[in-house]
Design a protein around this ligand. Sequence first.
Ligand code: BGC
Length: 752
Amino acid sequence: MTFLKKLSIIAMGCALAGPILMANAQTQQQASAPSQKELASKPWMNTRLGAHERTQLVLKEMTVDEKLSLLMGYFGTDAPWKNFTRPEESYPQSAGFVYGVPRLGIPNIWQADAGVGVASQSGPNVRERTALPSGMATAATWNPKIGFDGGAMIGAEARISGFNVLLAGGVNLVREPRNGRNFEYGGEDPYLAGVMVGHQIKGVQSNHIVSTLKHFAYNDQETGRFNLNVNIDEAAGRMSDLLALQFAYEIGNPGSVMCSYNRVYGVYGCESDYLLNEVLKKDWGFKGWVMSDWGATHSTVPAANNGLDQQSGFPFDVSAYFKEPLKEAVMNGWVSQERFNDMAGRVLFALFDKGVIDNPVPKGSNNIDFKKHGLISQKDAEEAIVLLKNDKLLPLTKSVKKIAIIGSHANVGVLSGGGSSQVYPLGGMAVSGLGPKIFPGPMVYYPSSPMKALEARLPDTRITFDEGTNIQIAATLAAESDLVLVFANQWTAESVDAANLSLPDNQDALIAAVAKANKKTVVVLQTGGAVLMPWLNDVGAVVEAWYPGTSGGEAIARVLTGEVNPSGHLPITFPAAEAQLPRLKVDGYPEVKDQRFDVNYTEGATVGYKWFDAHNHTPLFPFGYGLSYTDFEFSDLKATVKNDQLNVSFRVKNIGVVAGKEVAQVYIAPLNTKWEAPKRLGAFQKVDLKPGESTQVSVVVDPRLLAIYQSESKTWKIAKDQYEIILARSAIEPQSTAKVKIPARTLNVNGK
Ligand code: BGC
């Protein structure tokens, strides 16, 4: 499947998609205990039995065709150029659909993308839902509870919308800062990313629906994603990309995992025995099912035997490999009966295990408490926004009489990231006609206006808006104002990487001119990830708002005015120049259609701040960085090893005059042992403190973060050494250090 073909499917599918059949608002269906009569005929409906036993019971009753039906997924959107009409039972403009086995009580599977909310494929009848801030933003909260609450909100909306399997849970490591999908993921550190996304998955599944860990694995750039082949040292992979997925898997316990488009070690992600059978199913013990990404299945026998359980999103693939060809393969013994049962059994297991079968989703409606969900999204955004620079311009005070707001349609809305994760907001887009006409467009602005939210909070201030398209006009307005807020943005989207880390559309020149006209310039960024800031020394303050979700305007205004004290910390490094990165440009960029190429991750596990540390590069802003309107003091750092566990404790005190939240970060640096980098993030804790208040924090470091992975023995080995424990406010702002001797230890592949 080429990128262009995919574009056409989506574009044409969207143009002709039917009306959304969601008029019948229905209340959530509650699980009701099956009757004695039902249990006699369907013993697998007995909720007292375990998911495994129930699976075996129902499998015995299923015909070959019924098992097959569970293994073949369809696109939930029409694709007329391929003569494809979505299954009648699917929801229009949805990602996918799989036929269940109603006679046995096995429901259909309705799939929606759901990285930041219940998404729709583009077209005339999108479902309007609540969008959280981007995944990157949620990671910037460093608050697992925010991750969980957001996931739970998405899961609740999905259930009401009639979806029972969500394609949420993206945790590809931010290895390439120009990757167009970084906004969907959890940042550059395996532990932070895994913890945050793991909690989001857990939140989704708390609604008795399935969430999907993706994209398995190494889909770290969009350029050539269907054709590229990743090579990485096996152990380095286990300590980086795979470790992020492993943490998210352990915490979230997802029902399904989506294999990725790209090849790894020469083999497609969706037919990689190494990735699917060995790492995921054998080493990690995954019991749910592996579904392919849309258009990522390339065969029947190799795919099935190497670990793919379900083909997704037909007709994105060349063929319906898991339909008749799979039946044929099973009848001929090319795919064993045992494996065939395992494939169907894995789907059933996850549906039983996550409560999908016992808690059937109602017919889709839009009977949603948008107000309540909007507040969940807002809270996430408020903890995600990172204050990068502040020369006492913020918080804004009522004494500022004339404010100019320039750029990014900040008079009407906030930006979101594009592609299959796109959520369409209640009330429609704030600006229409922007971005590509076909996938991954459109460019969607949510109707949450930062300007209106500021006006409500600063009633005596005259606020004037200028689009920023004419630099001279913008600079003149800036010169006439007491303070300027420049909203600058970088729209990123699935399927395309950023050409470079500069703000697009001449915005650097706009900011420079405005800052020259008025020193009191605050830049508010809405970006997918890191950008360069050639104007940094000339502006008074910088705020990174990411893609802040459907309540983003309110969240930005609350942070700018100090109603909320900023507490976001960067989940990625902001480089000072692209020359500091492992590669000068994205491999294969600009993309040449159908061209195969290798991406060699020679940097191994030395990703993000680890690369910067190892090469003594000073970033523009380090990983973990974030300012506050108050100050914190760290003390009493202690590190001890007890029962083989590294415990770190310390105190944090708010020594300023306003309440605030701080992210205490614990980095570990071995004194003699060589790691992939001088130090690793070992643990973190967000604390919420009133002025003068202090709190005692105690964290435990996962032993894998102290170890080196050994491929041959599949073990994690901790070297006997003295380790420095660094309590810090970012990767380069140590506050206190301690030393601890850690004995040698060998752990199994799961760090046990
Ligand atoms: C994306 C997946 C997504 C799927 C279904 C693919 O293009 O890579 O993340 O879940 O489409 O929309």
